[in-house]
Design a protein around this ligand. Structure first.
Ligand SMILES: NC(=O)c1ccc[n+]([C@@H]2O[C@H](COP(=O)([O-])OP(=O)(O)OC[C@H]3O[C@@H](n4cnc5c(N)ncnc54)[C@H](OP(=O)(O)O)[C@@H]3O)[C@@H](O)[C@H]2O)c1
Length: 312
């Protein structure tokens, strides 16, 4: 497993991070037992993963806590709270309760990276004005170590909120959507994070569009119909076939994780799965070499300007 320093946190972490949310939620979304999900956490640790991302909203904090029993200190734990509460914006008091609940579920006395989760640009000022001071108090008390923010990539695929957040100096880590279909973080987010040495976790490297061939064909057709790709520039039956030339082992999923891993500015690529074989393949992909230059150029010609879809 390759490792990387997560920006100004100074934490050395695995380049592959275990994502415990997304459509799989460690398999909880598709009927896995808790034991099966704990097994996924154990296998990730065996394979050298030292970064685990969960959230109160995923319902997987307790599984992570069980999976890390006796091995807590080997791992950097990232978790989150939504800034939108049930009856309105989250109050500082409710945020404190959420952090304390996360600590109990994770069976630990500190969270390494604590995110405000899926922040809409409209709630950003509330986050900075009301919630960041409380997070800073929690940090001073030792309950968390670094402050982080994640975007709502599905609703904000052009990174409006993160571009605003990166004008401030309070964030040590950001979680950003980035994939070969929408690489807009390359120009809009990574120059800012690199300038401030902010740690970057990439989410949505694969998601549905890049793991389901029918969905990929549908999105390719849509991009042509909307005029984002000219007709004839892409094979609508096999849109990413040019990445899988004869003699080259691999798959679209494998290419997509490699693409994200080697983007300058990306530290950790999260991989979310409920499937042990997928976990093993994905960790191997994230640790593989960059795509060939002509493959990256081909992707840039087709999708380099896309900033309006997430690949959800
Ligand atoms: N706003 C936020 O804060 C936010 C939002 C979304 C996600 N996240 C975090 O980011 C993490 C990563 O996101 P993600 O889990 O959605 O994305 P991902 O790793 O890009 O994609 C996961 C999806 O791809 C499938 N998949 C994975 N490996 C595969 C393989 N080898 N072959 C075929 N299909 C494969 C998974 O299904 P299987 O289960 O069948 O493998 C799952 O549906 C999440 O787990 C979560 O921790 C944060």
């Amino acid at each position: 497993m390759d490792t990387v320093v997560l920006g100004r946190t100074g934490l050395e972490v695995s380049v592959a991070g275990l994502g415990c949310g997304g459509h799989s939620r460690l398999g909880q979304a598709t009927g896995a037992t808790e034991e099966e999900s704990v097994r996924l956490v154990h296998r990730a640790l065996e394979l050298g993963v030292t970064y685990i991302d969960t959230a109160r909203a995923y319902g997987t904090e307790e599984i992570v806590g069980r999976g890390l029993a006796g091995q807590r200190d080997q791992v950097v734990i990232s978790t989150k709270a939504h800034p939108q509460g049930d009856g309105g914006p989250l109050t500082p008091r409710a945020l404190r309760e959420s952090v304390q609940l996360s600590l109990r579920r994770l069976r630990t006395d500190r969270v390494d990276v604590f995110h405000l989760h899926g922040v809409d640009v409209g709630l950003y000022e509330h986050c900075v004005g009301e919630l960041v001071p409380e997070l800073q108090r929690l940090r001073a008390e030792g309950a968390l170590r670094f402050l982080a923010i994640s975007e709502r990539f599905g609703a904000d695929p052009g990174h409006t909120m993160l571009q605003r957040a990166l004008l401030d100096d309070c964030w040590d880590v950001v979680m950003v959507g980035f994939n070969l279909l929408n690489p807009s973080a390359r120009d809009r987010v990574f120059p800012l994070t690199q300038d401030k040495n902010i740690g970057v976790e990439v989410m949505f490297a694969v998601r549905r569009t890049l793991s389901q061939p029918d969905e990929l064909r549908r999105v390719a057709r849509q991009l042509v119909e909307e005029g984002h790709i000219s007709e004839g520039a892409i094979d609508l039956d096999d849109p990413l076939g040019f990445l899988l030339r004869p003699g080259r082992n691999g798959s679209v999923v494998e290419s997509a994780y490699r693409f994200a891993r080697h983007e300058p500015g990306c530290h950790v690529v999260l991989t979310g799965t409920g499937n042990l074989a997928h976990l093993e393949d994905n960790i191997s992909s994230i640790n593989s070499q960059p795509l060939a230059t002509e493959e990256v150029e081909g992707l840039r010609r087709l999708f380099g300007h896309v900033d309006h879809l997430s690949g959800n």
